[in-house]
Design a protein around this ligand. Structure first.
Ligand code: GTP
Ligand code: MG
Length: 255
């Protein structure tokens, strides 16, 4: 078919294909979730309904995009790690981030009423999305460690902050003042001595976030035989140390 004289405008589109042989991470993050969580009465410091809805939306993304081998989420964010050799959307950066972000957002809204008592949120939630490349296994592990360390730092702070307010009767600014300059040991001590809370006994999902991995699990067939089926599994353990990666070494090897 003859090309129209307008066809040349395609040349203005930039080639944004991700470098081959690099880990592709798409991270989505809620826009203004400080306000969104307040206006939707999220429990403080953590709302299990809200976090579970995030994980439901992330699972929908992994069900659709089979080349995502791992996802890690905490607070209002989720990171999706594509297999190093993925050819999804010819590795085009914007295609990857916009498709993941769009599906995540629509799934968050679609499943809202299964987690919250209202049929829909007060206004449409928004998530931003970005694509980041990591060349080595160490880099991708450090990226995920960074997000999990962030979860720990924020959750310890928020748990102490809200204990001081909700159980200790402090105002938000008094609590903020009290925590200024404190180290993690100090916060653990405040929780333990003032509120009898052993931080390490708090739920792992809140302290460490959620990891979704794709793994082959044996299933029993009607004839009694077994076959392997790929499933999305949820964990809440440590992903900074070696144990998780030794147990899931298929995640970092090219298939
Ligand atoms: P931008 O991402 O820059 O648009 O700002 P943001 O307001 O979304 O803040 P950010 O992403 O840095 O942090 C997420 C915020 O969401 C937290 O600071 C909390 O205020 C809120 N949030 C996330 N999860 C929960 C939750 O389970 N309970 C409550 N109460 N708030 C939460
Ligand atoms: Mg946010």
């Amino acid at each position: 078919m003859a090309k129209s004289k307008f066809e040349y405008v395609r040349l203005f589109e930039s080639d944004d294909r991700c470098l081959p042989n690099t880990w592709i991470v798409v991270r989505v993050d809620g826009k203004g979730f400080h306000k969104f969580s307040t206006e939707h009465d999220y429990e403080k410091p953590n709302d299990i309904k809200g976090l579970s809805l995030m994980t439901k939306a992330a699972t929908s993304v992994m069900e659709e995009f089979k080349d995502i081998s791992l996802a890690y989420g905490q607070s209002d964010e989720y990171s999706f790690v594509f297999r190093k050799e993925t050819q999804a959307y010819s590795r085009r950066s914007a295609k990857l981030s916009t498709n993941v972000c769009s599906l995540f957002t629509s799934a968050f809204l679609y499943y809202w009423s299964e987690y919250f008592p209202t049929s829909k949120p007060l206004y449409p939630p928004v998530f931003d999305g970005r694509t980041v490349l990591y060349p080595s296994n160490q880099n991708i592990r450090d990226y995920l460690s960074w997000r999990q360390a962030d979860c720990h730092i924020n959750n310890l702070y928020n748990t102490t902050f809200w204990a001081l307010i909700l159980k200790g009767g402090l105002t938000p600014s008094e609590a903020e003042q009290k925590l200024k300059g404190t180290l993690s040991g100090d916060k653990n001590e405040i929780l333990f001595s003032q509120f009898a809370i052993n931080y390490n006994s708090e739920s792992e999902m809140l302290r460490k976030g959620t990891v979704l991995i794709r793994r082959k699990v044996p299933i029993t067939l009607p004839n009694g035989g077994t076959r392997e089926k790929s499933q999305i599994l949820q964990e809440h353990g440590d992903i900074i140390g070696d144990e998780f990666w030794n147990r899931n070494n298929h995640l970092l090897t090219i298939s």
